[in-house]
Design a protein around this ligand. Structure first.
Ligand code: HMG
Ligand code: MG
Length: 324
């Protein structure tokens, strides 16, 4: 597979000096994407989606969420999805869990990795997980301890890092408190969510430098942007320039957050991979195969997906009369 874009000539300045040679794509479409879709995708199509993304070369993927189906009906089939996926040995499959009940469900369904999640903002925690920030951290202490005792790997999310739909600006101190609180529980990686897509490049630099200065190692951090206001790729570029090596994204640009009004899609995996290839950064993902999966998904969901790369690809195929 050719992972190098023809225009990936190295620049002569040191602007991109810290950009890693390889980036790990963490695919969140089947979870963060589908949780907010109006059309509920049948389980077999979810399995087809997950397997298609993995076949395109993605090695880390969040496949579902063991949360209360009353809160997230679109992922009520979490157990069937987790049990139904044909797993590859070199792929990490993860699922979101909010509490012990979720962890038990995930374990029983054969998950070996789970992710816990909470916001840097107090109000978002109350609306999204019905708990205060302190209560969420105490719940997760028990959940993470138990998951580690069962030999599972645990990832963590802090959402609303750059702004909250209820509180507006979120102070760096609030982000630091939750970030350190989660990392101290024993999660292996912390994903920094711009849940409502309000972040801009200088702010990303400020927050990331603040986290790094507070003693968090670069390889414990991942970035997770929503493209609500069109700033996601610019923000990712800044994160890469600071040396970040893990980027979350969702195929087609699916998603939002049901408890973050106005949050639109996650940054599209195709768009991120295209940009990284152009910068000469390896991802292991085959764009042609990936875009074939998102084109199919768009048909299944009955709507155009936000990915810019997908749109360009479909336009190109139509122009030259080539099948997608
Ligand atoms: P609660 O109602 O406060 O929980 O919900 P509870 O412990 O009091 O239990 C109440 C009921 O829920 C009981 O049922 C429990 O059995 C049931 P009832 O007695 O009413 O019949 N219950 C469960 N059912 C299934 N699975 C479970 C479970 N736990 C309790 N695991 C809870 C608390 C956290 C469960 C609920 O608020 C919830 O499920 N919230 C999840 C909401 C969610 O998934 N939001 C989207 C997450 S995405 C995100 O946060 C951002 C992120 O994507 C990053 C980014 O994009 O920036 C990560
Ligand atoms: Mg998201």
């Amino acid at each position: 597979m050719n992972d190098q874009h023809p225009s990936s000539a190295r620049a002569t300045t040191d602007l991109f000096e810290a950009v890693p040679a390889e980036v790990s794509i963490y695919e969140v479409g089947p979870r963060d994407g589908l949780q907010n879709e109006k059309a509920i995708l049948p389980t077999d199509r979810k399995l087809e989606l997950i397997e298609g993304v993995v076949d395109a070369g993605v090695r880390r993927i969040e496949i579902t969420s063991f949360v209360d189906p009353k809160w997230i009906p679109a992922l009520a089939d979490h157990t069937e999805v987790a049990r139904g996926v044909h797993r590859k040995a070199d792929v990490a499959y993860s699922a979101l869990v909010p509490n012990m009940r979720g962890l038990d469900g995930a374990s029983r369904a054969g998950m070996q990795e789970v992710a816990v999640f909470m916001a840097a903002s107090e109000t978002h925690n109350r609306k999204n997980i019905n708990r205060s920030t302190e209560e969420a951290l105490s719940t997760y202490r028990v959940v993470v301890d138990e998951a580690l005792a069962r030999g599972m790997r645990v990832r963590g999310y802090v959402s609303c890092v750059y702004g909250c739909p209820y509180e507006g600006t979120v102070a760096l101190d609030a982000v630091l408190r939750v970030a350190h609180g989660l990392l101290e529980l024993g999660i292996y990686e912390l994903s920094l969510g711009d849940t409502i897509g309000v972040g801009t490049p200088r702010q990303i630099e400020y927050v990331l430098r603040g986290l790094l200065r507070s003693g968090i190692a670069l390889d414990r951090l991942a970035v997770h942007f929503h493209d609500t206001r069109g700033t996601a790729l610019a923000n990712i570029t800044v994160a890469l320039q600071l040396g970040i090596r893990t980027v979350d994204s969702a195929i087609g640009g699916l998603g939002g957050c049901p408890y973050a009004p106005g949050a639109s899609g996650n940054v599209a995996t195709e768009d991120v991979v295209y940009m990284l290839q152009g910068m000469g950064v390896r991802t292991g993902v085959d764009l042609d195969r990936l875009v074939a999966v998102s084109a199919k998904l768009s048909g299944y969901l009955g709507r155009e997906l936000p990915s810019k790369y997908l749109k360009a690809h479909l336009g190109h195929c139509a122009r030259i009369g080539r099948p997608v």
